[in-house]
Design a protein around this ligand. Structure first.
Ligand code: BG6
Length: 497
């Protein structure tokens, strides 16, 4: 969906460039010097491809609370910023909201059977903070976690491992009203209290927790572009402060989850990193893509994994830099057990440059292909480079692909079936790149396909469909698309089908 001529992801991309004062024009100039190196490195293409994924590779699907649960007024749930946003005229493309969504709050047993039919062994879902603390803080709602108790039991009874995300953007509205949401440190503290409470209650059965889904998008689109809730368009200093508070919230939650959870639980972020792909796979371009990855993720993965903001980030921010303490950085970089990566598309194709910062970003030609969502550029190699950069730059030993998938038009054919061969093409090509990564030893342990079923796609409403199962939102009927058969085959073979 376009907003004043920019798609949401284009905004994020431009924001990432401007964060470092990088222009795309420099890309052409440095491109010329790379062709010799490219031909020297042709041997890279000869890399062997293993027959399949490592044994024990975990195949799953993903959804989030606000996008699927519905039941927004049941069992003491408080309002969230997304309830508020979805009811503001003009914010959602099809004028819908998620008051009912997939009604998974009631239909979760059916949903678990959909996963089982795929042969999936893991499910990534999120917990709705406003169900647990309707006011954001204070006394927990006694019924707040009952739904997740039931869901977790149902998953385990069906041999599916639960992976819970603590925050997938549905902030209790009360915290927005009281503190301006993530504009205040109070929200980071409240988040940790909530996350600790959840871990205390669920970690007898849930062993893997993600803290925050996509810090980058919630900051840039929620507080920068005003497209996602809470719909703010802050100035740069305030935006940098929000970014810092979100990172702080992640770190505080890591500590709280460990403090209140059972021994042996694992925790990490689920980030939509700015994925930098070497435009041509030469050693110089690969190095440039690594530098770019570190710099363009400075406010998120870099600070979480290094415990400091990069010099370039601080220099560019100047007087707008966030205010923080050394203790904040120690909290933000609390050790994690794994890194989750949501991989949809390459953010940049990178070429080496002699001048600082050592890389240039190739401009995207207008003819670059995308899927049904205009932001979703088709660049399967993002699936190889994202985990490879994370493993190499930060020595991360365990990575999950926490989201990957695509929207498609998905119109049922005359026989009622959805022959979504475009989604299959997309998944096959991304999974081939993931297999390239695992066969080279990049430590990816599992993959969660977004999404199990069509759901409420934020400001696109129900117009964009990402599911393996088609959902008729009038009847709540779920029907497998052809891609569900594809994914079932992938899982059964543990290899790209
Ligand atoms: C991811 C989010 O960024 O993108 C998901 O974590 C979302 O929640 C998915 O559904 C697709 O994004 P959009 O904007 O098309 O709904």
């Amino acid at each position: 969906m376009l907003f004043n001529g920019f798609s949401r992801r284009h905004f994020a991309r431009i924001a990432a460039w401007s964060a470092l004062g990088i222009s795309t024009n420099s890309a052409e100039a440095s491109q010329a010097g790379t062709s010799k190196e490219a031909s020297r490195e042709n041997g890279l293409a000869a890399r062997g491809r293993a027959a399949g994924f490592p044994s024990g590779f975990l195949w799953g699907t993903a959804t989030s609370a606000y996008q699927t649960e519905g039941a927004v007024n049941e069992d003491g749930r408080g309002p969230s910023i997304w309830d508020r946003q979805a009811h503001i005229p003009g914010k959602i493309a099809d004028r819908s909201n998620a008051d009912v969504a997939n009604d998974s709050y009631h239909l979760y047993k059916d949903d678990v059977q959909l996963m089982k039919a795929l042969g999936a062994k893991a499910y990534r879902f999120s917990i709705a903070w406003p169900r647990v603390f309707p006011e954001g803080t204070g006394t927990p709602n006694p019924k707040g976690l009952d739904f997740y108790d039931r869901l977790v039991d149902e998953l385990l009874a069906n041999g599916i491992e639960p992976f819970a995300t603590m925050y997938h953007w549905d902030l209790p509205q009360a915290l927005q009203d009281r503190f301006g949401g993530w504009m205040s440190r109070e929200t980071a503290t409240a988040f940790a209290e909530y996350a600790g409470h959840v871990a205390g209650r669920l970690s007898d059965r849930v062993k893997q927790f993600f803290t925050i889904n996509e810090c980058s998008r919630l900051v840039d689109l929620g507080y920068g572009a005003g497209v996602d809730a809470p719909g703010l368009t802050l100035a740069q200093q305030e935006l940098n402060q929000v970014r810092h508070h979100v990172a702080l919230g992640h770190g505080l939650a890591v500590r709280a989850i460990r403090a209140h959870g059972r021994a042996g639980i694992k925790v990490g972020p689920a980030e939509n990193m700015v994925i930098c792909v070497p435009a041509v796979e030469t050693p110089a371009n690969i190095r440039a893509a690594e530098i770019a990855t570190r710099e363009l993720n400075a406010g998120y993965l870099t600070v979480m994994l290094e415990g400091k903001y990069t010099d370039a980030f601080l220099a560019y921010a100047g007087k707008d830099a966030p205010k923080y303490t050394a203790e904040d950085l120690a909290v933000i970089s609390s050790p994690v057990d794994f890194v989750g990566l949501n991989v949809y598309m390459p953010y940049h194709y990178v070429v080496a440059a002699d001048d600082a910062p050592g890389f240039a970003l190739a401009p995207f030609p207008a003819s670059f292909p995308h899927m049904e969502s205009d932001w979703l550029r088709i660049g399967p190699e993002a699936m190889y480079w994202a985990p490879r950069h994370v493993a190499k730059l930060w020595d991360v030993k365990s990575i999950y692909i926490t989201e990957n998938g695509t929207s498609a038009i998905d119109r049922p054919a005359a026989d009622g079936q959805v022959y979504d061969v475009d989604r299959i093409m997309f998944l096959r090509s991304y999974l081939t790149q993931l297999q390239r990564a695992t066969s080279e030893g990049v430590p990816v342990l599992g993959y969660f396909l977004w999404s199990l079923m069509d759901n409420f796609e934020w400001s696109d409403g129900y117009e964009k469909r990402f599911g393996l199962y088609r959902v008729d939102f009038r009847t709540q009927r779920r029907t497998p698309k052809l891609s569900a058969s594809f994914y079932r085959e992938v899982i059964a073979r543990n290899a790209v089908a």
